[in-house]
Ligand binder design. Structure first.
Ligand SMILES: [Zn+2]
Length: 485
């Protein structure tokens, strides 16, 4: 038996490692840097918990998923690991007390968001601790070439240097070869070994349906649930307004279902989540955030009502179906119109530098009008009439993130701090991010509209894996089979 296995048996209630856990941990044991490509649900938490419990020194996990931190800390505590998290969601007193305990060396495992490193108090508390392992979860967020770039993540390499370049583990479920390279580069761990758990999901039957408009989509959803009524179902809607339409149509037909989205109260979200976890054949209509950290093994049907913005998102989301290995059906309802809406959305999320500068100038120079009419005034001054255009809102949120604006008590609740600098525009290159995201969307559209290649194989290829044999169960393989037979 390997030493790691003995340590596992002595310290954890598990008989053996799963997937690539042992391979990853053996690199950690040798104090080597490692990039682990692990699908969600393959037990990545143990990769943090194991060194935290078994070795001396602190394991610091950087994660963007505040919603899951509480849960992860609780699970670690159940394993008798002294763990905590720091995020904007806890009270100031509590945060200060946790920071004091960090400085004293009380914890073995800490979860933080990258934003935490903006706070000098936190940096002071953590700086003199011996970090045995820095774990960067959802590491694809570091890369501007990734599908989910988070500006605060781009500085993680800097934080690593600040902590004295401790051994580092980067983890992600989905990263193209290009993004993998960028992760190693941004973290300055060029020699890190990449360990890939493999991404094969031979039990998922991927299908795409060409549809037009919400009514046809709703008819499809009802038909699909009828066909696949055993097991749980998840219906993903990107937009809350679509979700509400789908839910009300199903309600009128007496089809029982649960909903999960950002407009629900925390209590309702919790209750619906619990019902989904405990019931045998629930139908859940949700925004794509639903499913993170949920361990439901019998999702037999998964429907995308809108086209996801990248193959990364799509593959991550369908990956929540069929965790038990049984055949499961994943349907994408493809509507050309949705793609144009999405492109518009992307464009407005990344206003041009001149636009951002001008918004800042207006807030500074025309304070009284900005206070009086808020975004309406900005929109009018920036000369656009489309009411769905949210570039001003996007510009303000970028300026706030850069520290150019600060929240205040004014009617227009921001105070000017400093004009955006050239360095800031260079560090977060909106044009590059926009281009990357458009390319990702294009790749998604190409995948959905092509009729030649096995759907699953094309996804494997996208992530740098090659497969000769077609899956045999996607809509394209199926239609081929019919022609041949
Ligand atoms: Zn296929």
């Amino acid at each position: 038996m390997s030493d790691l296995k003995k340590l596992l048996n002595a310290n954890f209630p598990f008989a053996s490692f799963r997937g690539e856990q042992e391979a990853v941990l053996s690199r950690v044991w040798a104090n080597q840097d490692v990039l682990a490509l692990m699908p969600t649900g393959m037990g990545k938490s143990l990769c943090f918990q194991f060194p935290a419990k078994v070795r001396d020194g602190l394991v610091l996990v950087i994660s963007p998923l505040i919603a899951l931190m509480q849960d992860q800390v609780q699970k670690a505590q159940e394993l008798k690991i002294s763990a905590t998290f720091l995020s904007s969601t806890i009270s100031r007193e509590e945060r200060e007390s946790r920071q004091e305990r960090i400085a004293r060396g009380d914890y073995q495992l800490i979860y933080v968001t990258p934003e935490r490193f903006r706070k000098p108090e936190f940096v002071a508390a953590i700086k003199n601790r011996r970090i045995q392992l820095l774990a960067v979860d959802e590491a694809h967020c570091i890369s501007q070439w990734g599908h989910d770039f988070r500006p605060d993540y781009s500085r993680v390499g800097e934080f690593r240097a600040l902590l004295g370049n401790p051994p580092t583990m980067a983890l992600t479920a989905t990263a193209t070869p290009e993004v993998q390279k960028d992760i190693l580069n941004k973290l300055s761990i060029p020699t890190a070994e990449t360990i890939s758990a493999g991404i094969e999901r031979p039990n998922l039957a991927l299908q795409v349906h060409d549809v037009y408009g919400i009514d046809e989509k709703i008819r499809n959803i009802i038909g699909l649930r009828h066909q696949t009524s055993g097991g749980a179902a998840i219906v993903y809607c990107s937009l809350i307004q679509t979700l509400k339409k789908v839910s009300s149509a199903l309600r009128q037909l007496g089809i029982e279902h649960l909903v999960y989205h950002g407009d629900l109260s925390p209590q309702d979200r919790k209750r619906n989540l619990r019902r989904f976890s405990t019931e045998e054949t629930p139908v859940m209509i949700a925004t794509p955030a639903f499913g993170l950290g949920i361990d439901k093994s019998n999702v037999r049907l998964l429907v995308h009502v809108e086209t996801p913005s990248s193959l990364e998102s799509y593959f991550q989301e369908v990956g929540r179906a069929g965790r038990d290995g049984e055949k499961s059906y994943c349907h994408l309802l493809y509507d050309q119109e949705d793609v144009s809406i999405q492109m518009e959305f992307l464009k407005w999320s990344h206003p041009e530098p001149d636009f951002i500068r001008k918004v800042y100038q207006l807030i500074e120079d025309k304070r009284s009008q900005v206070d009086q009419d808020g975004f309406d005034f900005l929109r009018e001054q920036m000369n656009f009439r489309n009411r769905r255009d949210f570039r001003s809102e996007a510009a303000v949120s970028i300026l706030e993130r850069w520290g150019c604006l600060e929240k205040s008590e004014d009617p227009f609740p921001y105070r000017c701090v400093h004009t955006p600098t050239d360095e800031q525009f260079a560090a977060e290159d909106g044009a590059t991010i926009l281009k990357t995201q458009n390319l990702k969307l294009l790749e998604m559209v190409r995948w959905a509209t092509q009729e030649q290649e096995c759907r699953m194989n094309r996804i494997y290829q996208y992530f740098g894996h090659s497969h000769e044999e077609p899956c045999g169960i996607c809509d394209i393989c199926q239609s081929r089979g019919e022609i041949l037979s």
